[in-house]
Design a protein around this ligand. Structure first.
Ligand code: FAD
Length: 540
């Protein structure tokens, strides 16, 4: 054994001793040594830098709590072996899948008695995306980044239909929430575009599920916040990939006209329609320089004052039309026809044209810019809300024109979606109306900035926004939810709570999985003994 291996081994033994103490003496050292590197094809690590790297997330809001160990799996069976051991031990210990750690509130953490499964940084051996052009789908490992799924499918001239704005997120991570962007009005969220999953349940079984097989598990896992299983494979539906994108932004000073146009655009589903509909709120000129504004290049500057907002709030509609090179003449005509129906400020049209892949990967460019200025790894007290259409103008008055004041510290997205594109059987929660809006307050906090940029100030604003919605009886639902008590979770799930709880009892009875979401009580308090489990392992 060389020096590095010896020190790794010692660290591992130390962590295992801590784990034995943490989970109770009934867990035998040999059992834990099995988790600790011997029986998996991937590997476990307790290296301080690995523990540190999985113990904070994009939000940077909580003090990091290091887990006992990290598993870098090379297969679903590696994940299953770990979960079976956790499930079979006298006092179950937490196992959390971590995608790319882009959560805000520690949702992918496992706590100090748990083990984190690094799904994205598996070892060589995790299956590569497998594209089936004849069947129009791709099979991907749960820890695959969407950007890599895109690259692989483009080799076949194909691409997934529904996206997130940012592609450095994992398939398992976004499918555990919903996965939304400007295509969702037409294609539904990413969870509406999945054909089949392989899932390691909280009993350590590898189960295949789809619309036809293990249906309850399939729908439960989609939007299920990691509560019923770790997604190790997803089969994603594909379409022929467009080659280019006409990307247009137009401004509005009237919220009513802005939302009427957005709602009109998302009601179109025929051939002649925009392919992506989003929007954002501009309460200060700072937005032009913020991290989503790579659109406005120095050659294409935006002078907000030039569209005479008189210091009041402006709204920017963002739309795209996809096309193939061979259709470049038709696209001009189509865009012209579609734009004629809209009522934006006539002098406020900003257009750019780029490759499809560059459009989808647009936020990454902004990330690189912010990283170079040390402005990426800062606290992000993000708040994402689904607001019912019938109350969006009250939200505008109370929040955009009220609570926010005239400084935002980051982009504020707003765009509507059609509920009929969401499968009610999934675990994702949306308001009870046919059309609802995403309002995403994507703010960054600075320690050395103005008062309005400080973390406490922004957190307090978030609290006031939620309080305002409650008092005004605007039935918002949090997207990427974070709740402090089980009562709040029950209210969040509403009608879906009973099914959610019964799925938990069936597929993760010892509350091992995704404890960082804090929906169910800590596993060390979960005392019912494990029942014998039959493994229906699926391979692919
Ligand atoms: P993690 O944060 O690592 O995990 C999230 C949760 O899922 C955890 O509870 C974890 O335990 C669980 N999990 C992770 N992998 C698996 C798995 N394989 N099986 C089961 N459970 C798993 N979201 C959108 O919908 N649209 C957007 O446009 C969008 N843009 C974003 C832009 C940025 C810059 C960032 C930071 C986030 C954005 N998000 C967006 C939010 C994103 O969808 C969530 O952060 C999501 O959690 C995915 O991140 P992740 O892959 O890093 O998962």
């Amino acid at each position: 054994m060389n020096r590095e291996m010896t020190s790794s081994f010692l660290l591992l033994t130390f962590a295992i001793c801590k784990l034995i103490i943490a989970v109770g003496l009934n867990v035998g050292p040999s059992e834990l040594l099995r988790i600790g590197a011997i029986d998996v094809d991937g590997h476990f690590t307790v290296h301080p830098s690995d523990l540190a790297s999985v113990s904070s997330d994009f939000g940077m809001l909580k003090s990091p709590e290091e887990p006992l160990a990290v598993l870098h799996p090379s297969s679903a069976e590696d994940v299953a072996r770990l979960v079976r051991t956790a499930y079979g031990s006298a006092t179950a210990f937490p196992v959390s899948a971590r995608g790319h750690g882009h959560s805000i509130n520690g949702q992918a953490a496992a706590g100090r008695n748990g083990v984190v499964v690094e799904m994205n940084h598996g070892v060589t051996g995790t299956p590569k995306p497998l594209v089936r052009p004849d069947e129009m789908y791709v099979d991907v490992w749960g820890g695959e980044l969407w950007v890599d799924v895109l690259k692989k499918t483009l080799e076949h001239g194909l691409a997934p239909k529904s996206w997130t704005d940012y592609l450095y997120l994992t398939v398992g991570g976004t499918l555990s929430n919903a996965g939304i962007s400007g295509q969702a009005f037409h294609h539904g969220p990413q969870i509406s575009n999945v054909l089949e999953l392989d899932v390691v349940t909280g009993k350590g079984e590898v189960m295949r599920c789809s619309e036809e097989e293990n249906t309850r598990l399939f729908h439960g896992v989609l939007g299920g916040l990691g509560q019923f299983g770790i997604i190790t494979r997803a089969r994603i539906s594909l379409e022929p990939a467009p080659q280019r994108v006409r990307w247009i932004r137009v401004l509005y000073s009237s919220f009513k006209v802005f939302t009427e146009d957005q709602e009109y655009l998302i009601s179109m589903h025929g051939q002649l329609k925009f392919d992506y509909v989003e929007g954002f709120v501009i309460v200060d000129e700072g937005l032009v320089n913020n991290w989503r504004s790579s659109f406005f290049s120095p050659r294409n500057p935006v002078k907000i004052s030039s569209v005479s907002s008189n210091g009041s709030v402006l709204y920017c509609l963002e739309i795209t039309k996809n096309y193939h090179d061979s259709d470049s003449e038709i696209v001009d005509q189509e865009v012209e026809i579609l734009m004629k129906k809209l009522n934006f400020i006539p002098t406020s049209v900003f257009t750019t044209d780029l490759q499809y892949v560059d459009f989808l990967d647009r936020v990454h460019k902004a990330e690189l810019k912010l990283r170079s200025k040390n402005l990426w790894e800062v606290p992000h007290p993000w708040l994402n809300l689904f607001v019912p259409k019938s109350r969006i103008s009250d939200f505008d008055k109370g929040v955009f024109k009220g609570i926010l004041g005239n400084k935002t510290s980051g982009p504020i997205l707003i765009y509507p979606m059609n509920k009929d594109k969401w499968d009610e059987r999934s675990s994702a929660v949306t308001p009870d109306e046919e059309v609802f809006y995403l309002v995403a307050l994507l703010r960054s906090a600075l320690t050395d900035g103005e008062e309005t940029q400080k973390l406490e100030y922004l957190k307090d604003q978030n609290r006031r926004i939620l309080e305002f919605c409650e008092q005004a009886k605007i039935n918002v639902k949090q997207y990427l939810p974070h709740h402090a008590t089980q009562e709040e979770w029950v209210a969040h799930f509403g009608d879906k709570w009973d099914r959610f709880r019964s799925l938990k009892a069936e597929f993760d009875p010892r509350h091992i999985l995704a404890t960082g979401q804090r929906i169910f009580q800590n596993p060390s308090l979960s005392l019912f003994p494990p029942s014998s489990s039959s493994s229906s392992a699926a391979s692919w």
